[in-house]
Design a protein around this ligand. Structure first.
Ligand code: ATP
Ligand code: MG
Ligand code: MG
Length: 591
């Protein structure tokens, strides 16, 4: 399959499948400890991956890459991918985000239900196990309660230039530690007064191995476990355990977690030794996160745009959130194509925004129905129309909805509209004095109204300020598109238009990039300053009747203008058409 470009993650999986690294795993139908897993049967999934969002915001284009990688690889290698809410941080998380994340994953075309299993999990369901595992680490001498202040811990951890200094609490006995840890859990100590730390190596060149904190005291209500806990596991401790309990084989994450991998391996090794987890453990592999020019992919900064009303909500079509991209007119296929095309690498780089736009154009080119819309309308009057055809005559015209129908597929019904004495044309399609090379309307020039007749321009009426109010022309009978006389008169150009009689007013939202700077938040810059003041311009356009009949979310190519989507929130079929510019026909940024 040509779309499956080889990458190092595929190579890792293929080599594990070849060597049978995970061939003897058992699966008991749900996550669980070593005993639970031993009671299972051979795992029907060849590999298990997971997408583990923290439910603290809406997913963005970077997450789409991660979703496509994790769900895509599981699909390609007869595995399964778990959707797991990494909800170990109660202060920032909310059930609202849980449901929007589920929607986004499904909309992208992936499913955690595979008929056999429903692989939807939440890390907070493992709090009991995590607590048990912490008690085990204490008993085995691998963890201790530290009562230094956060500041002391930080200073004593040292840095790259020097080893750390042991905490005065490091030599406590397991019995002492166990007692204090149980007091922590029972709510007998203040928030922030002590932490549980893994006991590893204060001289390790990897700072993350210098006795990382694994539990903290935090009196916070959790959206799932309520007030059951006043101590919460740290992410670096929780994540490997979540992976292991779910029998994940390949744990893919972004490069910033590379330094955490030694702790990931250390922790799982200790818990396997203790009989709490079964071997072989999952392994972590890191890939480069997505950096996209003109785009911000930090949930915190995206939230600032929303709360400061720089955009109209999380699903504003200018937002790089999945809900925003969807409303902008992006399709699941275009985002999957994008994820394939940018590939998976081990070093950070910037992807050009035009790559994303190109994927949408490529997807819509063959699928989006065509239609004519006049975005900056001026009236064209055919002065001989009544004399030639009779007053009030409307000439029925037709055009295909799709010019190139893929072989073996039924073409969609043709579009119907009518031409009359008055039609709307683009203001830029008339020039009194044509610039060099201009082929459209100027006095004496012949032009075809696409799908209709050839006309000859005779001039224009203007208002007192010299602004054109009406373009004037004569129709040349016998030249209608699709009739035998169509080629009898040569026209220099064909222009798009909409009849005054059957055109429908529509609100069209012309979106541009949200930021002017290609790297709006690089190097600590204030990204707010780089906001593009012209990222949204609303125009009142006139569209042909077939476009007014669009359903919300339908995508179109407005001929000559670009790809547009009927807004999924504000568009009302027939009565209140609202379209969003999804992407132009060509990459025109900077021109
Ligand atoms: P943010 O930094 O925007 O808050 P996050 O990394 O904290 O994002 P999580 O909810 O923890 O968000 O992310 C879930 C998964 O998505 C993680 O495995 C993470 O590595 C991945 N991910 C997040 N951002 C990107 C990105 N820009 N490119 C690729 N993967 C990403
Ligand atoms: Mg995170
Ligand atoms: Mg992050």
């Amino acid at each position: 399959d040509a779309t499956k470009i080889s990458n190092f993650l595929r190579q890792v999986i293929e080599s594990d499948l070849e060597r049978g690294t995970y061939a003897n795993r058992r699966w008991a139908g749900s996550p669980g400890d070593a005993a639970h897993q031993a009671a299972g049967t051979p795992d029907p999934a060849k590999i298990r991956t997971r997408f583990p969002p923290e439910p603290n915001g809406y997913l963005h284009i970077g997450h789409a890459k991660s979703i496509c990688i994790n769900f895509g690889l599981a699909r390609d290698y007869e595995g399964v991918c778990h959707l797991r809410f990494d909800d170990t941080n109660p202060e920032k998380e909310d059930a609202e985000y849980v449901s929007s994340i589920k929607d986004s994953v499904q909309w992208l075309g992936f499913d955690w239900n595979n008929g056999r299993e429903t692989n939807l999990y939440q890390a907070s369901d493992y709090f009991d196990f995590m607590y048990r595992a912490a008690e085990y680490l204490i008993e085995a001498g691998h963890a201790y309660v530290d009562e230094q202040t956060i500041e002391q811990i930080r200073i004593n951890r040292g840095d790259f230039s020097k080893p750390g200094v042991n905490s005065p609490f490091r030599a406590r006995t397991p019995a002492e530690n166990l007692q204090i840890f149980r007091e922590m859990r029972a709510g007998q100590h203040e928030d922030g007064s002590m932490v549980l730390r893994a006991k590893i190596d204060m001289a390790s060149p990897n700072i993350n191995m210098r006795d990382p904190a694994i539990y903290r005291i935090r009196r916070a209500t959790h959206h799932n476990t309520g007030d059951a806990w006043c101590i919460y596991p740290m992410y670096t401790y929780a994540h490997p355990i979540e992976d292991a309990l779910e029998q994940i084989t390949h744990s893919f994450c972004t490069l910033e977690f590379e330094d955490q991998r030694p702790f990931y391996d250390w922790l799982l090794q200790r818990l396997i030794e203790g009989g709490l987890l079964s071997a072989p453990p999952p392994r972590q592999y890191e890939f480069a996160r997505l950096n996209l020019t003109y785009v911000i992919t930090s949930k915190r900064k995206l939230a600032q745009l929303v709360y400061d009303h720089k955009v109209n909500g999380w699903d504003d079509p200018r937002m790089p959130t999945i809900v925003g991209l969807r409303r902008r007119g992006y399709t699941p296929a275009s985002l999957q194509l994008f994820a394939e095309r940018i590939g998976v690498t081990k070093s950070d780089s910037w992807i050009d925004y035009a790559t994303l736009e190109g994927c949408l154009r490529e997807d819509l080119e063959l699928k989006a129905h065509r239609g004519m819309a006049v975005l900056d309308p001026v009236k064209l009057v055919l002065t001989n129309w009544d004399a030639e055809f009779g007053a009030g005559h409307l000439e029925p015209c037709t055009q295909p909805a799709l010019p190139n129908v893929p072989e073996g597929t039924e073409p969609p019904p043709a579009r119907h509209f009518s031409m009359g004495k008055e039609v709307w044309i683009e203001r830029t399609d008339y020039e009194e004095v044509p610039p060099k090379g201009y082929k459209r309307l100027f006095p004496g020039n012949k032009v075809r109204l696409k799908g209709g007749y050839v006309i000859e321009c005779t001039g224009a009426n203007k208002d007192a300020d010299g602004k054109v109010t009406e373009v004037l022309a004569t129709v040349i009978p016998g030249t209608k598109s699709g009739t035998s006389g169509a080629d009898s008169v040569k026209a220099k150009a064909a222009i798009t238009w909409v009849g005054v009689a059957d055109g429908v007013q529509a609100e069209v939202r012309m979106y541009d990039r949200l930021f002017l700077d290609a790297q709006p938040d690089a190097g600590g810059k204030d990204f707010i300053e780089s906001l593009n003041p012209d990222s949204l311009k609303v125009v009142i356009a006139i569209v042909e009747p077939s476009l007014a009949q669009a359903q919300p979310d339908d995508k179109f190519q407005f001929e000559r203008h670009g790809y547009f989507v009927a807004d999924r929130v504000d568009h009302v079929q027939g009565t209140k058409p609202v379209f969003n510019l999804a992407v132009g026909l060509k990459d025109s940024w900077g021109k």
